[in-house]
Design a protein around this ligand. Structure first.
Ligand SMILES: Cc1cc2nc3c(=O)[nH]c(=O)nc-3n(C[C@H](O)[C@H](O)[C@H](O)COP(=O)(O)O)c2cc1C
Length: 334
């Protein structure tokens, strides 16, 4: 029987976007793990106290279990018993809400969740997954690093041995719920992918903004293709984009790409186009992604390009305008 530890950090119980997305995750998790156990830790209802002199002194004792460590012991037991950890949190003043920081101070504990020796630190909580569901009022501002929470949580979880961390970031909540529809849909789709084990492996350093922009290219491509909108698709591409697909000569440059996609989309309109990225690796201003894409034509088509399941390789390039598709290549899965 699997166990989910759900930790909520928003001070709000009404209108909280991070809690709403965590509800969505929890419901999906329960559907996948019938009979599974969910432990809830509501840091707004029950905020852990800041560390005290007595607690820090007790952490240093070899035995290390006493009244002063009772809360830390309990929180660590909860964490140890979990297979999957869900943390939902808002961004407050560029960092985590203080109860979440206090929680981390109680669970990142030498000899319990990490060990320190001559080789350095070793995390003791390996084998778990974590999902961070974050909400923030502002948009992503690419040049200014103003979200210290996401990298901090990733680093801390990695430190205690939880390397399989996926992040769902909802930006721009200050614009109001009426403007959040597409972002909320995207966040829910991301959660579906994470729960279905389709979470993407990122290799190399990608900022949150890089991830956001590349994610927007993926979903923009899917929306443009499903909507038959070749112009929108072409705008997601670099000027010198290359298209390599079965049954077609190499297409080079945005103008030829647009002409080709106009023809393809008119010839064989699609009812759905779903992407399942598997791995993306960064090489400077290039990033190479491989994955699977599932296509469902509106009607039976003569065109051999539209096989229902394809593998794809995409190269993204960072241009003066931001990340764009530089190479789009797909092939049958056989
Ligand atoms: C005390 C406080 C500080 C905040 N600081 C930031 C911030 O630094 N950057 C930002 O983008 N939004 C900031 N916000 C906006 C929240 O991140 C936003 O309202 C978010 O949706 C809250 O999460 P929730 O909807 O789950 O409650 C702040 C909100 C509060 C209440």
């Amino acid at each position: 029987m699997k166990t989910l530890l759900r930790i909520d950090a928003s001070a709000r119980h009404r209108d909280s976007h991070s809690r709403e997305l965590a509800d969505y995750y929890e419901a999906g998790w329960r559907r996948r793990h019938e009979g599974g156990r969910v432990i809830r830790r509501d840091l707004a209802l029950d905020p852990p106290p800041h560390l005290s002199q007595a607690t820090i002194d007790a952490f240093g004792e070899p035995e290390g279990h006493c009244d002063d460590t009772a809360l830390s012991d309990l929180l660590i037991d909860e964490l140890r018993s979990a297979d999957d950890v869900l943390i939902s949190s808002p961004l407050y003043n560029m960092g985590p809400p203080s109860p979440l920081k206090a929680y981390l101070d109680h669970v990142v504990r030498s000899g319990h969740t990490f060990r320190f020796d001559a080789d350095g630190a070793t995390g003791l909580l390996a084998g778990k997954t974590a999902c961070l569901v974050m909400a923030r009022g502002g948009p992503v501002i690419s040049e200014i690093a103003d979200d210290f929470q996401t990298p901090q949580l990733r680093a801390i979880l990695g430190y205690v041995g939880i390397a399989a961390v996926s992040v769902v970031n909802l930006h721009g909540t200050a614009a109001g719920r009426a403007h959040l529809g597409p972002q909320l849909d995207r966040a829910r789709r991301q959660i579906d992918d994470i729960l279905a084990g389709r979470a993407l492996e990122w290799i190399g350093t990608f900022s949150e903004d890089d991830r956001e922009q590349i994610g927007a290219l993926r979903s923009g491509q899917a929306e443009a293709i499903a909507g038959g909108d070749a112009e929108r698709y072409a705008r997601l591409c670099a000027d010198d984009v290359h298209l390599m697909i079965p049954g077609r000569d190499l297409v080079s440059g945005r103008a030829d790409f647009l002409a080709c996609e106009r023809e393809l989309l008119a010839d064989a309109p699609l009812a759905t186009f779903e992407k399942h990225p598997i791995r993306i690796e960064r090489h400077g201003d290039l990033a190479v992604e491989v994955g699977r894409q599932r296509l469902a034509p509106k009607e039976t088509t003569r065109c051999e390009v539209f096989m229902p399941l394809q593998k794809y390789t995409h190269v993204f390039r960072r241009t003066a305008e931001g990340w764009r598709f530089a190479l789009l290549m797909s092939n049958s899965c056989e």
